[in-house]
Design a protein around this ligand. Structure first.
Ligand SMILES: *Cc1c(COP(=O)(O)O)cnc(C)c1O
Ligand SMILES: [Zn+2]
Length: 438
């Protein structure tokens, strides 16, 4: 292979050059994957390269593309993500380098001793989507795109809007209308300046429409079917491994909607094993909402054929009934001794309340991962002594509507913390203090 990267169809093997802007196979319509030339180093030498860059990451100095790339938790792993990209081409905030928390109260709630929370809500627009978007917008510019577009349940649109602004390209987002998008996400998208279309339909309608329209209208599509998005999102798993000094956890657990992130985590683990970064791969558990569970249904049937449902859940980021990356994600589950489970809205909100009250918080979809851990522990699939890394995909402020509704006065649910109204008197204040500090 002469070019460092080419694009190859998952289904029929048809190949496209690196800078081709199509995001599905022109021969059969299948999804494209990127194939990179193997890095010069492997094993301990490759670990040392990544560790050196981590030590050298200087977040204060991001004045130019090279500085941002140096501070980015995505571009640190560039040999595995986009080896042909030069510093000057990179569109980076920077992103990644998110914390891996241990909160005993959340671990106790879930029923495992060693529960690590990889909090990707600490990304610049507040979700893991930034990891994919830095690579997608870098590629949009390299491919000479005149505009970028996506369908979104909210977080992809916020990330697209921010990175399109940074790249100096017009951004177009299609989101489901009728208040189906969480407030924080819609507000960000408008503020960052993307043209926002509220579609009369659900996410699945938005994705179908933008897939049909993008190619015909000459707009670069940056949904997670875009292979560059997937490459960037591999970095969340690589960061977890690096933060654990390349001693892999027993499990990586994550919420699953359109299945891009499940595919990306699997692709990263594949690289990490193949290149000798780790000697044993973790198992992967994908967690769906009970009201948006086609992949969980498919898992129970051995993924005999793709399933579709009409999605309904409080966790809007995973409210997806017809996931685009089904085949890829199914391969990941098979390959990594994986499981797919589901959590109902009550369990998701209870997990979220526990995570929020631990002082870190997350959006509803993110809490599905911890709710899934508890369920898998109760079912004996995850053993309490195993080391589990759960990905928290989005920030607590993404969905203030769900929070305010959960904590309203009179609601009967775990950890409800309704605001208390008092008179503007010292007496009123004293009574309130007595009530919490007695
Ligand atoms: C996009 C998103 C998901 C789902 O990821 P998929 O790749 O669609 O499976 C989960 N949580 C949050 C917060 C998201 O933004
Ligand atoms: Zn094909």
């Amino acid at each position: 292979m002469t070019a460092p990267t080419l694009q190859r169809c998952d289904a029929c093997g048809h190949e496209l050059p690196e800078r081709d802007a199509r995001t599905s196979c022109p021969a059969c319509g299948g999804l494209l994957s990127l194939v990179h030339a193997p890095p010069a180093a492997r094993g301990a030498a490759l670990r040392a390269l990544f560790d050196e860059r981590l030590a050298d990451a200087a977040p204060a100095h991001v004045a130019d593309a090279a500085g941002a790339a140096r501070a980015s938790g995505v571009w640190r792993f560039r040999e595995l993500i986009a080896p042909g990209v030069s510093d000057a081409e990179i569109v980076s905030q920077p992103e990644g380098n998110t914390p891996l928390f241990h909160r005993p109260s959340v671990a106790a709630w879930a029923g495992v001793d060693a529960l690590l929370l990889k909090h990707d809500g600490f990304n610049p627009t507040g979700s893991f989507k930034d990891r994919g978007m830095t690579v997608a917008l870098t590629q949009a510019r390299r491919a000479g795109a005149r505009a970028v577009a996506c369908a979104s349940t909210g977080n992809t649109s916020a990330a697209l809007a921010a990175y399109a602004s940074l790249a100096g390209l017009p951004g177009l987002v299609l989101v489901p209308g009728a208040q189906q998008v969480a407030l924080g996400k819609l507000a960000q998208t408008l503020g960052y300046g993307a043209r926002t279309l509220l579609v009369r339909g659900d996410f699945d309608d938005c994705l179908r429409l933008v897939r049909e329209g993008a190619e015909r209208l000459g707009v670069y599509l940056v949904n997670s079917i875009n292979p560059y998005r997937i490459e960037g999102q591999k970095s969340v798993a690589l960061e977890i491994l690096q933060q654990l000094r390349w001693d892999a956890p027993d499990w990586i657990v994550l919420p699953a909607g359109n299945l891009g992130n499940t595919s990306a985590v699997g692709a990263a683990l594949r690289d990490a094993v193949r290149l000798g970064l780790i000697d044993r791969a973790p198992r992967v558990a994908s967690v769906q909402a009970a009201g948006a569970n086609p992949f969980a249904l498919g898992f129970r049937e051995g993924f005999a054929s793709p399933r579709r449902v009409k999605a309904e859940t409080v966790a809007t980021a995973i409210k997806i009934g017809d996931p685009a990356s089904w085949d890829r994600a199914a391969s990941v589950i098979r390959e990594f001794g994986g499981v797919v489970t589901e959590a109902d809205d009550a369990a998701i909100l209870e997990a979220k309340a526990a995570i929020d009250a631990a002082g870190i918080g997350c959006e509803p979809a993110s809490a599905a991962s911890v709710a899934g851990v508890r369920r898998l522990v109760r079912e004996g699939v995850i053993r309490p002594g195993e080391r589990v890394a759960a990905i928290l995909t989005g920030h607590v402020l993404k969905d203030p509507g769900v929070l305010l509704d959960y904590h309203r006065a009179g609601r009967d649910a775990p950890l409800v913390n309704a605001p208390v109204e008092i008179d503007a008197t010292l007496d009123g204040l004293a009574r309130a203090i007595d009530a919490v500090a007695s």
